[in-house]
Design a protein. Structure first.
Length: 96
C-alpha cells in the first residue's frame, strides 16, 4: 500500500473496483511504491475532495517514448497514485 498521504485515494479506487495495472518501483531509486490505475484521475476535483497534505504534488508526464501518466506523488514518502494522461487516454473512465 502507498503512504498515509495517498492511502485514502488508493483505498477508494480499489473499493470502487478500478483496475490496478501496475504497482512497484516505477522510475528509479527515487520512487518507492507507485500504483497505477485504469482510469484518468481528475486532479483538480480529487485534490479538492481529499485535501492532500502539502507534500502531495500533482504529477503530469506526457512522454513520447516512456509512457504518459497523471496523478499524485508524495514528495515526502516517494509514493504515487497514477492514472492515464488525459491526452493519451485509451478510453478509460475519468475518476473524480
Amino acid at each position: 500500500m502507498v503512504c498515509e498521504h495517498l492511502s485514502a485515494l488508493e483505498r477508494e479506487l480499489l473499493e470502487h473496483g478500478v483496475k490496478e495495472t501496475f504497482r512497484g518501483q516505477a522510475w528509479s531509486e527515487n520512487c518507492r511504491e507507485w500504483a497505477y490505475f485504469e482510469c484518468v484521475l481528475d486532479l483538480a476535483a480529487l485534490r479538492a475532495r481529499f485535501g492532500f497534505a502539502p507534500c502531495v504534488a500533482g504529477h503530469v508526464h506526457r512522454g513520447t517514448h516512456d509512457g504518459a501518466e497523471a496523478g499524485f506523488v508524495c514528495n515526502q514518502c516517494k509514493d504515487a497514485v497514477m492514472g492515464a494522461h488525459p491526452d493519451v487516454n485509451p478510453g478509460w473512465p475519468i475518476y473524480s
